[in-house]
Design a protein. Structure first.
Length: 331
């Protein structure tokens, strides 16, 4: 007796594709449906009475792929998706991609293997081509915190460039012209967009970009400490610093204070994300607010309610002024 694997092999498709054909999924191309059905007839494949039920398992779930679990940023992201999952009576399946291309794809395949077709994907490692491939196969896949033009309607993203532009412009308006930028070594889209915003603000103010003031360090809090030490070893030639995120800013501030650098009297600092409680900072951190929870809510709604839903795909950052910025010191 022919099996689903036999049909998949003869039709040169995956078993998942055969399952979708049996289940009359609208995500399979008509020509593929015709080929699979022809092979099923040729092999005498019979659909079991409980086959459809097996295939449909997972329809009471929504999947979520995050980059890491141990982060306030991803906690807010998960919280946003969970709110919409509860409203729709869905259970949440969560997997981590760990900023690794193979881990991200394995996580996506794992969730798909559970029959889940509504998935919010926070991917920083998979290529645009890979994301396009999966998104075009499954309309319920929504890419969060990343923009891919070919599948724009299935993306929810932040205008990162505007965020660092606002941060740098704010420092310039306070009178700073020696402004460092703390970036990450990891090759992610946020890195390039945020650096471009910093650079644009300098160009508009007629300030020459100084590569010696750019610090690219490993991802995570230790990177912020490393950047601070590097700047101190250079004699701290700047009066202000724009950090890639608040974690970097918090770690850098601690190192500077340990070395007697007063903030903001000697050095002004602006962070990015606004996801850490202000008890982490002294003084309270001026930062760029990244509305990740709201973005996650919209992504989950688009996944479950359809991409024609009249909700925002694009989000814009907001400068939150606190106590870590003031006019530059006089030497």
């Amino acid at each position: 007796m022919a099996t689903i694997k036999d049909v998949a092999k003869a039709a040169s498709v995956s078993t998942a594709t055969v399952s979708r054909v049996i289940n009359k999924s609208d995500s399979v191309l008509p020509e593929t449906v015709a080929k699979v059905e022809m092979v099923m007839t040729q092999l005498g494949y019979k659909i079991k009475d409980n086959q459809r039920l097996t295939i449909n398992q997972g329809q009471d779930t929504i999947g979520l792929i995050v980059s890491r679990f141990n982060s306030s940023f991803y906690g807010l992201l998960m919280q946003g998706v969970e709110k919409i999952a509860k409203k729709h009576g869905r259970k949440l399946i969560v997997a981590s991609g760990n900023y690794d291309i193979e881990c991200e794809e394995e996580a996506l395949k794992f969730i798909l293997s559970k029959g889940c077709r509504n998935i919010v994907v926070h991917s920083k490692a998979m290529s645009d081509e890979m994301l396009i491939h999966y998104a075009k196969q499954h309309s319920g896949i929504i890419i969060l915190n990343r923009y891919v033009s070919e599948i724009e309607s299935q993306c929810v993203w932040l205008d990162n460039k505007t965020g660092t532009y606002l941060a740098t412009k704010h420092l310039i308006e306070q009178g700073h012209r020696k402004i460092a930028y703390l970036s990450c070594e990891m090759e992610v889209d946020d890195k390039f967009d945020r650096f471009n915003g910093y650079q644009q603000a300098l160009i508009e103010a007629g300030i020459e970009l100084n590569s010696d003031w750019i610090e690219e360090v490993p991802f995570g809090e230790p990177g912020g400490a490393e950047a601070a030490i590097n700047l101190l070893n250079k004699g701290l030639p700047v009066t202000a610093l724009v950090a890639f995120n608040d974690f970097y800013a918090a770690a850098a501030m601690q190192v500077f204070k340990e070395h007697g650098i007063e903030i903001p009297q000697r050095l002004s600092i602006v962070g990015f994300d606004d996801v850490l409680p202000q008890c982490y900072f002294s003084p309270k951190l001026t930062t760029i607010r990244n509305p990740i929870e709201s973005m996650a809510i919209n992504a989950a709604r688009l996944s479950l309610e359809g991409t024609d839903l009249p909700v925002s795909n694009t989000f814009y950052p907001l400068l939150i002024k606190r106590d870590s910025v003031q006019i530059p010191f006089e030497e």
